[in-house]
Design a protein around this ligand. Structure first.
Ligand SMILES: Cc1cc2nc3c(=O)[nH]c(=O)nc-3n(C[C@H](O)[C@H](O)[C@H](O)COP(=O)(O)O)c2cc1C
Length: 181
C-alpha cells in the first residue's frame, strides 16, 4: 500500500505542484511508499455521472485510491474554492475515498481565501467518511517562488501535515481479519 500525492493544478508553472513535490520528498524521507499523480499528465474526462466511469484512467485511479494507505491532495484555490480539476477528480473517483485519511495542500494568490478548502473537505467527510487531517498547508505567492518553498513556516507546516497524515493512517489502519472483535 502506498500513499498517493495528487497534484491538481493544470498550470505548467504551478505552485501547488511544488508543495506536492515537497510532500512527496517528506513521505520518502519517512521511509513510506509514495506515488505522485499529476493531473497535467492525464487526460481525464469530465465527470458526466455515466460513461466517464468506463474510462481506463478513471478505472485505474479509482483502484489506486481504493488501495492507498492515505492521500495528499495539492490544489490551486480558484474563486474561493478548489479548482475544477480537483473537484472533477473527486467526482470521478467517488466511493474509492471511503474512510481514507486525506490531507490538503493549497496554493492561493493571497491571504483571504484561507477557508476555501473547507467545501471539498466537508463534502469528503460527509460523502465518504474520509478522515481529514485537521491542519493543512495554505501558501500564497510569496511563500512559493520559482521551484522553491521559500517560506520557512510553510516548509514546517508541510512537514507537520505529512507526518500527521502518516500517523493518522497508520493508527486507523484496519485490524487484520482474524483479530476483529
Ligand atoms: C481562475 C482563478 C481564480 C483564482 N481565484 C483565487 C481566489 O479565490 N483566491 C486566491 O487567493 N487566489 C485565487 N487565484 C490565484 C491562484 O490561487 C494562485 O495563482 C495559485 O498559485 C494557483 O495555484 P497553482 O499555482 O498551483 O496553479 C485564482 C487564480 C485563477 C487563475
Amino acid at each position: 500500500m502506498a500513499f498517493l500525492v495528487f497534484s491538481c493544478s493544470l498550470n505548467p508553472g504551478s505552485r501547488s505542484r511544488i508543495l506536492a513535490h515537497g510532500a512527496l520528498n517528506r513521505l520518502e524521507s519517512l521511509g513510506v511508499d509514495a506515488e505522485f499523480i499529476d493531473l497535467q499528465t492525464l487526460a481525464l474526462p469530465f465527470c458526466d455521472g455515466r460513461s466517464c466511469y468506463q474510462h481506463p484512467d478513471v478505472i485505474d485511479l479509482k483502484r489506486r485510491v481504493a488501495e492507498c494507505e492515505g492521500a495528499i491532495i495539492a490544489v490551486p484555490v480558484y474563486n474561493f474554492d478548489v479548482n475544477s480539476a480537483a473537484k472533477n477528480l473527486i467526482e470521478l473517483t467517488g466511493d474509492a475515498w471511503k474512510e481514507k485519511v486525506v490531507a490538503f495542500l493549497c496554493a492561493a494568490g493571497g491571504q483571504t481565501s484561507f477557508m476555501s478548502i473547507m467545501g471539498l473537505a466537508n463534502s469528503m467527510m460527509l460523502d465518504f467518511r474520509s478522515v481529514v487531517v485537521p491542519r493543512f498547508v495554505y501558501a500564497n505567492e510569496d511563500d512559493v517562488m520559482g521551484e522553491q518553498i521559500v517560506d520557512a513556516r510553510t516548509r514546517e507546516r508541510l512537514e507537520e501535515v505529512v507526518t500527521t497524515l502518516v500517523r493518522f493512517a497508520r493508527a486507523l489502519s484496519p485490524l487484520p481479519q482474524d483479530s476483529s472483535p
